[in-house]
Design a protein around this ligand. Structure first.
Ligand code: FAD
Length: 296
């Protein structure tokens, strides 16, 4: 099912992001996490794609497993850096044949583990080029990535919004944000987006904090500010895995509650293929079949 239709039919809900397991041995544990979280009735689930096509087969396998073993709507992330139109055309045909109706169109970054990778060999420069390409098939529902604090390579927050508007205008049905830990960035982004004439749904991306070192690395790479109060709270529990995880759950619950109070109806969760934290967050928020997303 096309997510553009899902969003029209459901005025609120959550979505969940997974990465494809590294080996086929990981299939069972991957599907267990997906099935556990299915209890929270996500509007759709998405599977990431290694930049430069490095996980193309694994992403496709993971999407096929989910489709074969659940009734969930799926979306493939797809990066275009280094890709040719011919290779993308073959992939589009494969997606259509396999009933994968939804694509998160990304530029991506050069893969770190491929020494001879040459982005200049690719025929797409920016995500907007991929959006325009995929749009030609008149088949897929399309999402794009957006950055509340600006993309790391953007020359300014204003230019970032100009480019964001361009890729949305190329044919995106909805956007998903980069992780952020201070909701003010999201609210300010939404104000700027409205002024720029952006009207599609923009799903806030929530990353539960699980590990102090990793979250600081992620935040750095993603240009997401970790506020001082959360750093202060993390310090005494650094190295105490369960306490850190609980802190992450508590922080995410409060973050989403605040979003809901501000009238946000959809939330996208970066699950990191773990069901424990996300389950706890969704249960604490009252999901699992009984509750709607309207703030109390
Ligand atoms: P673009 O929108 O093309 O932007 C890239 C840079 O180019 C930005 O700095 C932008 O300002 C600039 N730019 C855009 N248009 C122009 C223009 N016309 N002229 C000049 N400059 C321009 N990565 C993966 O590898 N796999 C994934 O599965 C994945 N999933 C993601 C999911 C989400 C929700 C998010 C937020 C990010 C994800 N990423 C993923 C990361 C993403 O690939 C990187 O952030 C990448 O650096 C940018 O991709 P983009 O699609 O936003 O690029």
């Amino acid at each position: 099912m096309k997510i553009s239709d899902v969003l029209k039919q459901n005025k609120q809900g959550i979505s969940l992001e997974f990465f494809p397991p590294k080996t086929t041995m990981g299939k069972e544990s991957f599907l267990k996490v997906v099935k556990d979280l299915r209890a929270y009735k996500p509007l759709y689930v998405s599977v990431t794609y290694g930049s430069g096509g490095t996980t193309q087969d694994r992403t496709l396998n993971a999407l096929n497993w989910i489709r074969a073993e659940t009734d969930l709507t799926v979306m493939s992330h797809l990066t275009c850096i280094g890709a040719t139109r011919t290779s993308m055309d073959a992939l589009m045909r494969e997606y259509q044949a396999r009933g994968i109706d939804n694509i998160l169109a990304l530029r991506g970054d050069p893969p770190k583990n491929v020494s001879d990778f040459d982005p200049a060999l690719g025929e797409f420069k920016y995500a907007k080029d991929l959006v325009a390409f995929v749009k030609q098939y008149h088949y897929f529902s399309l999402a794009v990535a957006v950055y509340p604090e600006g993309h790391l390579q953007s020359p300014s927050i204003e230019k970032d919004m100009d480019y964001t508007k361009q890729k949305i205008d190329a044919g995106a049905d909805f956007g998903i944000t980069q992780m952020f830990f201070d909701n003010r960035y999201y609210y300010e982004f939404m104000d700027r987006a409205a002024k720029a004439g952006i009207t599609i749904p923009i799903l806030p991306g929530i990353m539960p904090i699980i590990d102090c070192k990793r979250i600081q690395e992620f935040a750095g790479v993603c240009n997401a500010t970790l506020p001082k109060d959360i750093l202060d709270r993390m310090e005494p529990v650094t190295g105490i895995a369960e306490d850190m995880r609980k802190l992450g759950v508590d922080f995410a619950v409060k973050q989403v509650e605040d979003l809901m109070k501000h009238g946000v109806n959809y939330v996208h969760f970066y699950t990191m293929n773990r069901s424990d934290s996300v389950s706890e967050i969704l249960s604490a928020l009252g999901f699992g079949g009984h509750r709607t997303m309207k703030a109390a």
